[in-house]
Ligand binder design. Sequence first.
Ligand SMILES: [Zn+2]
Length: 535
Amino acid sequence: MRYKKIARLKANSAAQVITTRVLLGGMFHNLSIVLRLSNAAPSASCCYAIDFCVLSIGRTRSTKETMRLPGPVTGLAVVVLFSVIGSAQSQSSVPDFSAARDEALKILEGLVRIDTSNPPGNETRTAQYIKAVLDAESIPAEILELQPGRGNIIARIHGNGSKKPLLLMGHLDVVGVERDKWTLDPFAGIVKEGYIYGRGASDDKGMVSACLEVFLQLHRLKVPLDRDVIFLAEDGEEGTSKFGIDFMVEQHWDKIASEFALNEGGSIHNENGRINYVGVSTTEKVPRGFRLVAHGSSGHGSVPRLDNAIVHLAAAVAKVGKWQTPMRLNETTRAFFSRLAQISSPEEAALYRQVEHPQVQEKLRALKAPYYSMLRTSIVPTIIKGGFRSNVIPAEAEATLDVRALPDEDIPALAATMRRLINDSEIEVIPPSTPGRPATPASSLDTEMFRALEAAQKKLFPGAITLPLMVTGATDSAQLRAKGVQAYGLGSVSTDQDRSRVHGNDERLSIEGLGKFVQFLYTAATDVAASRRAR
Ligand SMILES: [Zn+2]
């Protein structure tokens, strides 16, 4: 297929949609051109790369061209998505998953190219990009901001209302990059050797793209639904949730109230080219940062003092840092270890079948730190501050402890135990001053949604198992669970190597894996949301 001149752009609005009819392969199709204009490119040049993506029936073609824009336009980036709504696809009740993969990748490329490093976030630009995609399908969408630039976008497909909604969600902001440590441009959306590279490719723009793709498929195929399906791409997950999930829960709860939510927090685990488990998080640890503050006499560095704040602080940090906090299992971790044993080598399986044994605890501590952390409230010293000159004893020194509490942890009791352990009147143990993410009961393993996820795993990855996870980090599912939503954390196909790049350098997502994830998500979503007669 060849393109001639597609359109002349006027750089005067955030997004434009041009719809026309084109003849492709002897059939007429609606061709929607979505033009998203932003201030992303700081160059004064008037020459812009434009991606053309044409989804015809069952296949995608793409090419790159440049377009010279008229007038003194500065800092303009243009994303063009051609969404050809094929009549053949809408006649089928099953998506063309290879076309869906290609479209999800195209969406993800566009999202990665918009830098939403938080701070400052500026997620509204990505929300506008998504809105243009939804506009092209005539799906109403709303961008909601607590503060200008901090956009959340929400859209809904209506069901018959016989069941409560299903929420598909992901976050638009990303953590920053150490640009000199990346081997490629983190905001170019580079596709190479089966992967898309870029900050957010995995965390969490891949999830956003997969959720949006499933949402588009449900809409195009006009799948009859028992429950509304809500799409939410939110901001501020990486440390400023007041603009994102807190804002949505506190001020727009009616728009996202749902029975089930599918969010980040899990993974489809690829080990040596084979999927061995689908990790579904049902709960998570709660961040509860503590501080230790040592007080002593200041003085000349040439005179040793018994109340030296740095000496006392160092001893206190060593005690809490080495402390093996009590372990306990909950429904999720009990199921996790017993199922993990089923797919492990005999030696490892023996460990997982007796995780409560003290010697096993020591082994996990040395060899499987993430599993060790899943079993207990963890205390990890991360910052230590004290002193300003080599010959001055400071009057105060301070350490920060990253405490990740089990959901049922009693924080005042934990503080009291730490004080007894440190046993030093010079050390103040200061619990967190703000409440932070809520501690909530886990989402149940006995729900229609969890069963649907397990069924989708059995259908698509029959040789694997579903592993319920308690994530040691934190996600926006916590706020949803606090409102009674059964929220489950999922993720695309990834190897341990891929996962290690999340928040690190050269973050990437497997393209075939993204396609499989879209299929998995669609299968589970239709299982819980589609009307029985439609299945
Ligand atoms: Zn994330």
